[in-house]
Each structure stands twice: as C-alpha cells, then as structure tokens.
Design a protein around this ligand. Structure first.
Ligand code: GLN
Length: 189
C-alpha cells in the first residue's frame, strides 16, 4: 500500500477485511519495501503531490520495476492518474506509464464533484455502487486494455495485464468485489 498521502487508512481497512487474515497490508512510505510486496495498491489522493513524492523517494522506479515483472497493481482515483501513459492537458504529474491509457483529471466537472452510481461491471452479476470524488476518467485506451465499466463515454474501470485501475473509491463501500478481483491476481486463496 503506497502510503505517502491520500485516503490510505480506509484502503488499509478495506484490504484487511478482504484479506481475512490471509496476508497483511504494509504501508510504504520509503524506498526498499516495494520489492518485497506481492501486490501494490496506489490509493486516491492528490496526484500532483503523490507524483512529486513518488519521485523524491525513488518509490516510482520501484513500482515500475515491480509492475514490469508482473506484480499485480490496484490503482484507484489519483492512482488511476498515476498509472496512465498520457494525462490530457497536464504537465505537473509525471505518470508511471503502467497502462496504455490516456486520462483526464476531474473530467466530471465541478458540478459533479462527488456522485454515486450503480455501475454495470464486466464479469459482475449485479451492479457495483461506486463513489466518485473529483474523479478522473480514462478517455481513450490502447489495444491491450480491457474496459470493465463506463460512465457515459468515459471508462471508469479497466485492466491491462497485471494492472487494475478504478476511477472511484471501492474502499468507501462494504462491497469488496474489486479487492477480491485484485487479490485473486495476487494469488491469495
Ligand atoms: N482529482 C484528483 C487528482 O487528479 C483525484 C481525486 C481523488 O483521488 N479522489 O489528483
């Protein structure tokens, strides 16, 4: 769990509930820990700040190496911004380029700063109640990216190989299906 900034404690709580004692969520605030993790979570927060902190700590390079070697990554909200390849109209955030996506920050506009939506998700048998907070969204995807859910034209959940990204906050609801999807790829039984 990258724990530099943002809604880290909610994410740790949700992950511990999903793990049910089958592992633990370690909070990463410095370099040297990521290489020992079986899965990585990039929580929501402020992507400009997170991007700067990842670079100054050197954790950015460790995440890139881990992801390239196949370690599963769950990236939510600002995390979705960070794992993208291109950020529309933004020069302050240096994306990690883990997914072949182009994203827009705050695409739902100031009038929809926060909203909830019952999402139809590929592979889920009932909708997922998703909480969006100043949410980014994926505006275009490369060939290898599987779109899992949309709001209007925008993609809000997607997967490419070992990286799963969500524009909303699954840690703020009781529904742990996305956490379980991530833990399945980590190999937690
Ligand atoms: N809009 C924020 C950003 O681009 C993300 C908001 C969030 O993580 N809830 O950094």
């Amino acid at each position: 769990m990258i724990a530099l900034q943002g809604d880290v404690s909610e994410h740790v709580g949700a992950m511990e509930r999903a793990l049910c004692g089958r592992g633990s969520a370690v909070q990463v605030r410095r370099a040297g820990i990521v290489p020992d993790c079986n899965g990585l979570v990039l929580p929501g927060g402020e992507s400009t700040t997170l991007s700067r902190q990842l670079a100054t700590t050197g954790i950015d390079q460790e995440i890139k190496r881990a992801a390239a070697s196949g370690v599963p990554v769950l990236a939510t909200c600002a995390g979705l911004v960070l794992v993208s390849r291109i950020i529309q109209g933004d020069t302050k955030v240096h994306p990690l380029g883990l997914m072949d996506t182009t994203i827009g920050r705050n695409v739902f506009g100031s009038q929809r700063e926060s909203f909830e939506s019952d999402l139809e998700v590929e592979g889920f048998d009932r909708p997922f109640r998703a909480v969006f907070i100043r949410a980014p969204a994926i505006v275009s995807v490369g060939k290898g990216v599987q779109v899992l859910a949309r709001v209007g034209e925008n993609t809000v959940a997607a997967r490419e190989k070992n990286v799963l990204c969500l524009a909303f906050h699954p840690e703020l609801t009781e529904d742990l299906r996305f956490h379980q999807m991530f833990l399945d790829t980590v190999g937690v039984k």
